[in-house]
Write a protein that binds this ligand. Structure first.
Ligand SMILES: *Cc1c(COP(=O)(O)O)cnc(C)c1O
Length: 413
């Protein structure tokens, strides 16, 4: 097809292919507008967004309160760096500390940076508070984790695609099976140098693996008993996604270090944060860590608005209620389905497992069909499709989406 005959979508995709690094494999759809639970492509077709930018857009696309907070602040003051104070950062830190119940917040921009920050805090704490010998600290992580893309973080990933030819890898991490308390106890008790346990309360990227009931609470108790920091990566699961403000709230666990990102910004602007109490956060001293953009006034304004929306619009409660309906409808369908094997999740973080191998194209083809039928979702790990709509969805919309998903799956029976 010549350039002149290309559709707007094809042109946009061709530009990305020609000038952009090929570090993603997007579903072929080109979006140029979003509002609430919907996005539109450049040809004007409307879709339900069932990915929500990997749970960054929990508050819905272009939420007016978040956009207003952002544009007002953008017209006033955008960046001072931390070389000077600004009048928004302290307000935001107080707001967020009270919101989540911690003494202190350290502001960063992306999820991966916040994870890096948590690891650095944990290591310092190990040397300065726990008394572990210099350079001996170990942090326990889980198989099939996803914590971001930096060199250190991929060092303890077991995804071959994320790691290949990016070595040498950072040392100091011990990998154990997820959702396995014996493995955790063994790892904690066989070494005197364990400083922390980094865990996703639900493994999102791995395919929405929900651990056994009681796992998080018992893991926290083990950490407490052995003076090991429990570090919760709630970048994807946090901010109401799973039906509670945090996924650890389902088991009344209070992490020693809490990592937030994604929906902390309502999808408007990169904002991430690490929260901890003073006895831990005080290991961070001037000059020991930082970021030019971390804690900028726009981020502060956006994050306060994003959190206020979660609370005022009762989005955790909504996610809890709609998630029950989603799983119950899909579970009923699956009983007689040959294409879908299983539905799992919490709140509005769910996935279905497709009855085909990880290497097959079936899940990808289903996502293409879902797109044609007006709903956007993406496979994770070959044969799993994650379903994570914005939390501002209402019940009628959810039921509409369930019927799109089921009728699409039926095309593959
Ligand atoms: C997305 C994600 C990250 C990384 O966040 P980025 O903003 O992409 O760097 C870290 N941890 C978890 C659990 C995530 O889902």
């Amino acid at each position: 097809m010549s350039v002149l005959e290309q559709t707007l979508s094809q042109k946009a995709i061709a530009l990305e292919n020609e000038y952009g690094a090929h570090n993603y494999h997007p579903l072929p759809v080109v979006l140029n507008r979003g509002e609430g639970v919907h996005v539109w492509d450049v040809e004007g077709k409307q879709y339900y967004d069932f990915l929500s930018a990997y749970s960054a857009v929990n508050q819905g696309h272009c939420h007016p309160r978040i956009v207003d907070a952002m544009t007002q602040q953008a017209k006033t003051l955008t960046l001072t760096s931390r070389a000077f104070h600004n009048d928004m950062l302290g307000k935001y830190e107080k707001f967020a500390c009270e919101f989540f119940g911690f003494d202190k917040l350290l502001p960063m921009n992306t999820g991966a940076e916040a994870v890096e920050t948590a690891l650095k805090i944990c290591r310092r704490w190990a040397y300065e508070k726990k008394g572990i010998g210099e350079n001996e600290a170990e942090i326990i992580v889980c198989d099939n984790n996803f914590h971001g893309r930096t060199t250190t973080i991929i060092s303890f990933s077991n995804d071959p695609v994320a790691r290949k030819n990016f070595g040498p890898y950072t040392k100091g991490f011990v990998k154990i099976a997820y959702d396995n308390l014996e493995a955790l106890e063994k790892a904690i008790t066989t070494s005197k140098n364990v400083a922390g346990f980094l865990v996703e309360p639900i493994q999102g990227e791995a395919g929405v693996y929900v651990p056994s009931e009681g796992y998080l609470a018992k893991a926290k108790a083990l950490c407490e008993k052995h003076n090991v920091l429990f570090i919760a990566d709630e970048v994807q699961t946090g901010i109401a996604r799973t039906g509670k403000l945090l996924a650890v709230d389902h088991e009344n666990v209070k992490p020693d270090i809490l990592i937030l990102g994604k929906a902390l910004s309502g999808g408007a602007y990169p904002v991430s944060a690490v929260l901890a109490n003073d006895s831990i956060m005080e290991v961070i001293t001037p000059g020991s860590h930082g970021s030019t953009f971390g804690g900028n006034p726009v981020a502060a304004a956006v994050a306060m608005a994003a959190l206020s929306v979660i609370k005022d619009e009762k989005l955790a409660e909504n996610a809890e209620r709609l998630g029950e309906i989603f799983r119950s409808e899909l579970t009923t369908y699956i009983q007689t389905s040959s294409i879908a094997k299983l539905v799992r999740g919490k709140g509005l973080l769910n996935a279905i497992v497709i009855n085909d191998s990880e290497e097959s194209n079936t899940a990808w083809n289903i996502c293409l069909k879902l797109r044609d039928n007006g709903l956007l979702a993406k496979p994770t790990h070959g044969n799993i499709i994650r379903f994570a709509p914005p939390l501002v969805m209402n019940e009628a919309q959810l039921r509409d989406c369930v019927s799109i998903i089921i009728s699409t799956l039926k095309e593959f029976e």
